[in-house]
Unconditional design. Structure first.
Length: 216
């Protein structure tokens, strides 16, 4: 029987040795992390950065300013992130929640119990588990493991999870077999992204050069 804890540790060590620290999430404030997490749904980070820079240039990266900003103007500003009309609504929903319930103060939100916050955020329209957990981990510094398509693909290709595995099941695998360390979870998720983008690609994986190629 495989010792999952040791395998997960081995994966992390190999990826870290190969790629080094990733420095995620690339943002100056927790609020910027939240905005980025919402805009990055179905978008490349390069395009999300353009949208965030648009907000910065107009001095709008602020919960109260975005709360007052008309929806159509917000949609136009974040256009580079794609699906901008939908994302403007999702961002507005989050801002409304933050301003009306927590006075626009993320510290007030993050002072609550993790499970309580997660439940509240998941109740917001358009915020799925990956987005919410990214906010909790990268903005709130909570010990929550973020699962994405790269995580699933890498684990599945190494026969560590079955194809039908759910988000919750994969998350549980990490949270039950690794210490609850936000810094570790932060780096681990970012390393999976690096591995997925560079080697474990969807259609043409580069297995021979992958740092995980002979993982057992």
């Amino acid at each position: 029987m495989k010792d999952i804890s040791k395998i997960l540790e081995e994966i992390y060590n190999r990826l870290f040795r190969h790629f080094g620290p990733q420095g995620w999430w690339p943002a100056k404030t927790p609020f910027e992390v939240c905005v980025g997490a919402i805009l990055t749904q179905n978008a490349s980070w390069k395009n999300v950065e353009k949208a965030i820079n648009n907000l910065k240039e107009k001095n709008l990266l602020d919960p109260f300013k975005l709360y007052e900003l008309p929806l159509n103007i917000l949609a136009n500003i974040i256009k580079p992130s794609g699906f901008y009309n939908i994302k403007a609504k999702r961002l507005k929903e989050f801002i409304k929640f933050l301003v009306e319930n927590y006075e626009g103060n993320l510290e007030k939100l993050f002072s609550k119990n993790l499970n309580e916050i997660r439940k509240e955020l998941l109740n917001l329209r358009g915020l799925g588990k990956e987005t919410v957990d990214s906010i909790l981990l990268y903005a709130g510094n909570f010990p929550v493991f973020v699962v994405d398509t790269y995580t699933y693909r890498i684990l599945n290709r190494h026969y560590l999870i079955p194809e039908e595995s759910t988000y919750d099941e994969i998350q549980e695998l990490f949270m039950e077999n690794l210490p609850p360390d936000p810094k570790l979870f932060n780096e681990y998720h970012a390393l999976f992204v690096a591995c997925g983008k560079n080697y474990c690609k969807k259609k043409t994986p580069i297995c021979e050069k992958c740092p995980l190629k002979d993982l057992k």
